[in-house]
Design a protein. Structure first.
Lengths: 142, 496
């Protein structure tokens, strides 16, 4: 019997299964420098811009390079100048496949994860690459 | 939605089965407007046919939708096949309005222990994926996942409780219902409420308790749990989905601690010296206020390993406190630990913070225990420091850890966990099972650390230590890989 290529079931897993449900951000009044300092402090590649707990934008490592340094902005300028407003979001029940397709379609590497409309975390392409770690648990759980 | 939860009816002939109490409970179910009843196992006392006949005739009187799962007593004497005949399927899924109940059999034939084997783990995992969008997700398992108080030796949690706990937390399950220990108890872990029902009608209760059951009012954001004892005493606990996920305001950083364990200092190949040296460089970069070693300093409690330990520890010029693992006190280690590292129960304190160690290993044994007398002393010391940020550190686990089995759990974990959570201790640090994990039980953040430089570790992330930053408004815990210095966020929690 000829073998058929099987769809990768891992891609059907909802993203809630592997994200750390925490999002690190700064208040919308923060400067570019303060935002960069927070990313350095936590060694993270993206940062939510929050207005009373609601995510209004996102900045990534690339934004500091392209929109701050390359455009000669002052570190004292508002982070709102360099953020991407209304970031792409995915509900926590979305499958890995949906999120990957979203990343590919929008040409982005970071997606804000929401639950009942509230931001609860961020998922990155790097994290999705760690998916294989999860496949072990079934094998180990004897 | 209103749910009725009862457990451990232990139907049998004779006085140890209190039939009258069960009939009273069934009346309560049928006279209340419950949407669902969940029975979490031990329908029978010995898995005998005549016991199943009694249990079945009783459970059939329940008029609302009922989910029943088997317990360890139902799997005695080959009785598990009779469960299917008299009561229903061992595993399954029931949708009920906004809720879904996923139930699995955790019993092992003729054993009191529990396990969710590979097949059932997959049933649970796949169902949680499939019903990911259901507003209310409920899991029913006979054996408890978190240690329960008043239960003596804590060895009957699910063998793979750590993996099940992690799966349930990741899937954001709303409610987990269990039985088994005949003592009612409720914990909130992040946004999930874990309920252990007492026994509904067995004479075998704990600490002179009476028979009991639970009622639960649940919607997407609220869970009101009432433990109802048949003497009329009610205990009400209310939970709201409150875990904050997006953090922008941390306040100043007040304290930075590095948590490490299982350095395994020795001349053997199981001590990964290069990993340790890289970790030392990372630790220096983080410049912590305190290092907390949660045990497993040496590979064996022998002079050569302790000599190696002193050499290696001297590379870290920071205040450091230790708690031993069994391997640290074995052979001559009992003397060598004391001689080289000080008291068994060490402490770091200033005006605002207390890290209190409690020794858990026993000489020549892998079983960890605190002991009732020692727990009383610990609680007294902690209560006196209630104006400070309070942390307890110990070697053995107080909750099950993913990718490990129950042997890392403290023998009296059930009592200690209940006491520390009730005392609203801010942070508990543990250091065995060779896998990092962090979560919050009630208001207490519990953090386990992987091995920093032992060849024996279980994480694909590799050997690691934890960085614990205490800010004015939050506790931030990150895992740092020993070799690469890669940082992974384990969690952020608002301060109490």
């Amino acid at each position: 019997m000829e073998r058929q290529t099987q769809p990768d079931k891992k891609l059907d897993i909802p993203i809630r299964r592997f994200i750390t449900k925490r999002l690190i951000g700064v208040n919308k009044d923060s400067t570019i420098q303060e935002s960069a300092a927070r990313m350095v402090e936590f060694r993270i590649s993206s940062l939510g811009i929050l207005d009373e707990g609601k995510v209004i934008g996102i900045v990534t490592d690339t934004d500091f390079k392209k929109r701050a340094l390359a455009e000669g902005r002052s570190p004292k300028d508002s982070v709102l100048e360099i953020m991407t407003p209304d970031p792409v979001t995915a509900d926590v029940s979305s499958s890995v496949r949906d999120v990957l397709e979203m990343m590919s379609r929008e040409k982005i590497k970071h997606v804000i994860v929401t639950d009942q409309g509230k931001a609860i975390g961020v998922t990155t392409l790097n994290e999705l690459e760690d998916l294989d770690l999860q496949s072990l648990e079934t094998y180990i759980a004897r | 939605m209103k749910i009725f939860h009862f457990s451990d009816i232990h139907a049998a002939r004779g006085k140890k089965f209190r039939k009258k109490n069960l009939l009273h409970i069934i009346d309560e179910i049928n006279s209340g407007d419950f949407d669902l009843a969940v029975f979490t196992g031990d329908a029978t006392d010995e898995g005998q046919r005549h016991e199943y006949e009694i249990a079945s005739s009783m459970l059939q009187k329940i008029e609302c939708p009922l989910v029943s799962i088997p317990g360890n007593h139902d799997a005695r004497s080959g009785g598990i096949k009779l469960f299917e005949k008299y009561i229903g399927p061992q595993n399954g899924v029931l949708e009920c309005g906004d809720a879904v109940v996923i139930y699995v059999n955790s019993a092992i034939g003729d054993s009191n222990d529990g396990r969710i084997g590979r097949g059932k783990f997959n049933i649970l995992k796949n169902a949680l994926n499939e019903y990911s969008e259901k507003p209310i997700k409920i899991v029913a398992i006979h054996h408890h996942i978190l240690p329960t108080p008043m239960s003596g030796r804590e060895r009957n949690v699910l063998a793979n409780a750590g993996d099940v706990l992690d799966l349930i937390q990741r899937a954001d399950v709303d409610l987990v219902v269990s039985g088994h220990r005949h003592y009612p108890n409720v914990y909130e872990v992040e946004n999930t409420v874990y309920i252990n029902a007492g026994t509904a009608s067995s004479a075998k209760t704990r600490y002179g308790d009476v028979n009991s059951y639970c009622t639960i009012d649940i919607d997407e954001n609220t869970k009101n749990v009432t433990i109802k004892r048949l003497n009329g005493e009610d205990t009400v606990r209310k939970y709201h989905r409150k875990i904050k996920c997006a953090f922008s305001d941390f306040g100043n950083r007040e304290f930075r601690a590095v948590q490490l364990s299982n350095t395994y200092f020795s001349q053997s190949r199981s001590f990964l010296s290069q990993h340790y040296d890289e970790a030392v460089k990372s630790i220096r970069r983080f410049d912590p206020d305190l290092l907390i070693h949660c045990g497993g300093i040496v590979k064996e409690g022998i002079p050569a390993d302790y000599n190696c330990a002193i050499r290696e520890i001297n590379k870290l010029d920071y205040p450091m406190i230790f708690t031993p693992a069994a391997r640290d006190i074995n052979y001559l280690g009992y003397h060598l630990f004391n001689q080289n590292f000080g008291d068994l129960d060490q402490q770091y304190t200033d005006d605002d913070i207390l890290f209190q160690g409690i020794s858990t290993p026993q000489y020549d044994s892998s079983v960890g225990v605190v002991g009732e007398t020692e727990r009383k002393t610990l609680l007294k010391d902690l209560t006196e420091a209630d104006q400070k940020f309070r942390s307890v550190f110990l070697h053995h686990n107080i909750i099950p850890i993913p990718h490990s089995r129950e042997k890392g759990l403290l023998e009296d974990a059930g009592d200690l966990l209940r006491e520390l959570v009730d005392e609203e201790i801010d942070l508990i640090l543990t250091g065995t099972s060779y896998h990092s994990y962090a979560t919050r039980v009630g208001g207490t953040v519990i953090v386990n650390v992987n091995s920093v430089s032992s060849a024996y570790q279980r994480s694909r992330f590799g050997n690691s230590f934890n960085l614990i930053d205490i800010y004015e408004k939050a506790i931030v815990v990150s895992e740092i890989s020993s070799f690469w210095g890669k940082r992974k966020l384990l969690g952020i929690w608002e301060r109490n």
